[in-house]
Design a binder for this molecule. Sequence first.
Ligand code: UD1
Length: 431
Amino acid sequence: MDRIAIQGGAQLFGEIPISGAKNSAIKLMAASILTDQPLRLTNMPRLADTKFLGQLLRQFGITVTESDGPDGQQTLFDAKAITSTFAPYELVRQMRASFNVLGPLLARTGHARVSLPGGCTIGARPVDLHIDALSRLGASIELDEGYVSATAPKGLRGAEIVFPFVSVGATEHALLAAVLANGTTVLRNAAREPEIGDLARCLIAMGARIQGLDTDVLTIDGVTSLNGTDWSVIPDRIEMGSYAVAAAMAGGEVRLTHARADLIQALTDKMIQAGVEITPTDDGVIVRRDPARRLKAVDVTTEIYPGFATDLQAQFMALMTTAEGTSVIHETIFENRFMHAPELARLGADIAVHAGEARVNGVEVLHGAPVMATDLRASVSLVIAGLVAQGETTVGRVYHLDRGFERLEEKLGACGAQIRRIHGEDDSDGH
Ligand code: UD1
């Protein structure tokens, strides 16, 4: 397994291009199941997660072709014929979101058997809302030996679905199924994350009829078939936010491009309060910070979009480890999402975790040490802390990082970070 080594202390100056959003790309990939015509996705990130899902789609008989097109990285999906509707545990366990193939397989063919998911070990993360939504749409569902078998021989039918709480995955899953259902579906208390808007807009370009975009009520009039289209994946707001925090942590001046400032406003508002200079541009932001001036501690609470993203909580905690004062961080979306706190403590951070709250008492300096990535976003928080920790920090289990960050060492290295990948060393003992 690879590790990443960072020599702390270098300021960052330069430009970082932001990739297409992982969390949008993988849902758009699932949409390819819904049509027998080619779907071409551009601005596609090349990540472990998109690779996993590509493998799973091939299992269904879909042709998946990655190439460098006139608009950069693209992937062409051709689902002319679906030859299998079985998603085995070996493929689904690698990534939780691959469970979202169930709805589109069912909508297109009337049956599917999909393993229950794996994915990041943050909280319990069940899929009860997904299953309830598909049942409401008329699917018969059986659970056996870790598999979900669903059938709808006469097709799905429109229904009113009221989510008991907001779920990104369940909203997307219901949307992916309802577009081909017979009749009208209303999704209430739907998630409003920008990636859902991206998926809905792509589905509309494929011929779907959806109203209420970017609101918490989506109304879908089912159609009998969808067409192919070309679609450019929305910029990755979590990657953008991570590099914004990295620049603020290290100090210097970094321009984030191919992105959208509005997608990370909840984060940049907090960064400004902490003393970071943020300048929105036409295609991103410029982040400036004088490392001679200490940042101020700021409290954050994670919320559904447009609130502060849970996927940026670990990175913000890293930033607060050296701020002046105490920052109180509340995690409201996932239980057990502070696994990065003990790892940050190995670098000298002073963090007390109690239930869904972490109190970060800023320290003057961090010291490099071997640390271990525990999930995707936690792993990047360790890299961020490593940018200022004195001496060398090595981050183990970087396969977590590779799930969601494209060419991270290259992007940070181009701005002056002293960062390199150490290939193939076994870090299975953790530290
Ligand atoms: C998505 C994102 C993830 C992000 C999260 C919240 C993808 C691939 N992942 O995850 O990066 O952190 O949104 O913004 O897009 N829940 C249930 N039952 C369900 C579904 C969810 O209890 O059937 C719970 C979860 O355990 C969690 C909460 O609902 O506590 C929110 O989860 P959800 O919004 O569904 O997150 P994901 O779609 O898994």
